[in-house]
Design a binder for this molecule. Structure first.
Ligand code: GTP
Ligand code: MG
Length: 310
């Protein structure tokens, strides 16, 4: 680990400013933008550019061989959704260092999958977990500890300990939601968190920025939030799982007239994007859309008392 003071051009005063603004590692500076650094740490343009370049140099953020990329990808962790079929279409479960999004209408099972992942992540590696803890940012007041208890019992985890392993926060506004994502970074660093859930990532943005006039501002802020979640995932080697609603498109006459909220701002930032649909009774279908390395396959799963299953 390289300390901030070891970067060229960073004296004790600037290091102090950076730390106060939350940039406590060279890596966190390396992945930021000059604009962000200027705003957050109140430094000038030239200092920001120099510091970021030095941080990138120090954390080896240039080119590398594809073999090294492959090696790194092999080390990514995966958290089981509880359904091997669903895991398979997303490449083995919710992946660390990336964001998995599931979107769909009400009752399609988004929050149920989120609960299941919070239990699964606490399992040992051999059972599809990462031996880690979870953070649940709840914007719709849908987190249910009772459900965690049920799911934990079903996989042989002590329910009490499973609940202990989940940090829950209720977000009330978009600013609050973004602050909680920052706080998640602090907890993640100190307490072995391998999963961060945001359920739902867009609902508060929809409420606060409604109408056409607010759209551009909403998209910009949402983009910043997603970028922060990405950093969180990459810097802490954890999986981010977000849920999202659908909105109907009045201009579509053929095919499915719904699409996820947030449009391209969200879509392009996702590692895996899955569309959930209600089928018969407790059966759901999942459809992988837009994945950089996997075919657009479908899977069906069930929501049962034990949780998510094939
Ligand atoms: P919104 O947040 O409203 O958009 O929906 P969602 O996609 O998050 O839906 P959610 O994950 O909350 O799924 C709710 C569905 O899960 C219910 O309709 C139930 O069918 C099912 N479900 C929830 N708990 C249980 C349970 O204990 N047993 C069974 N069998 N099904 C359950
Ligand atoms: Mg929900």
């Amino acid at each position: 680990m390289v300390e901030l003071e070891e970067l060229e051009g960073v004296g004790p005063a600037i290091a102090e400013k950076l730390r106060e603004a939350g940039y406590d590692s060279v890596e966190s500076i390396a992945v930021t933008t000059t604009g962000e650094l200027i705003d957050a740490a109140e430094v000038g343009m030239r200092v920001a550019v120099n510091v970021i370049n030095a941080a990138r140099e120090a954390s080896h953020m240039g080119y590398e061989r594809a073999t090294e990329v492959l090696e790194r990808r092999k080390r990514l962790g995966h958290i089981t959704t509880g359904s091997p079929a669903l895991d398979k279409i997303i490449g083995g479960g919710a992946e660390t260092q990336g964001i998995t999004e599931m979107y769909g209408e009400f009752g399609s099972g988004k929050s149920q999958v989120a609960h299941q992942l919070c239990v699964s992540v606490q399992l040992p590696l051999e059972q599809g977990g990462l031996d880690g803890k979870a953070i649940y940012i709840d914007t719709e007041n849908t987190f249910r500890p009772e459900r965690i208890t049920q799911m934990a019992r079903a996989v042989g985890l002590d329910p009490e300990r499973a609940l202990e392993g989940i940090y829950v926060a209720r977000a009330h506004t978009t600013d609050h939601q973004m602050l909680l994502a920052e706080k998640a970074a602090e907890i993640a660093k100190n307490d072995g968190v391998r999963l961060v859930v945001v359920d739902s990532v867009t609902s508060l943005f929809r409420v606060e920025y409604c109408g056409r006039g607010a759209l551009a501002e909403r998209q910009q802020k949402l983009g910043r939030h997603i970028a922060a979640l990405h950093k969180l995932a990459e810097l802490n080697d954890l999986a981010v799982f977000v849920t999202n609603q659908v909105q109907s498109r009045p201009d579509v006459f053929f095919g499915d007239p719904t699409r996820p909220v947030g449009g391209h701002v969200l879509g392009h930032a996702m590692t895996a994007r899955v569309y959930l649909r209600k089928s018969k009774a407790n059966t759901r279908t999942a459809h992988l859309v837009d994945h950089p390395g996997l075919p657009p396959e479908k899977a069906t799963f069930q929501i049962v008392e034990a949780g998510i299953r094939d």
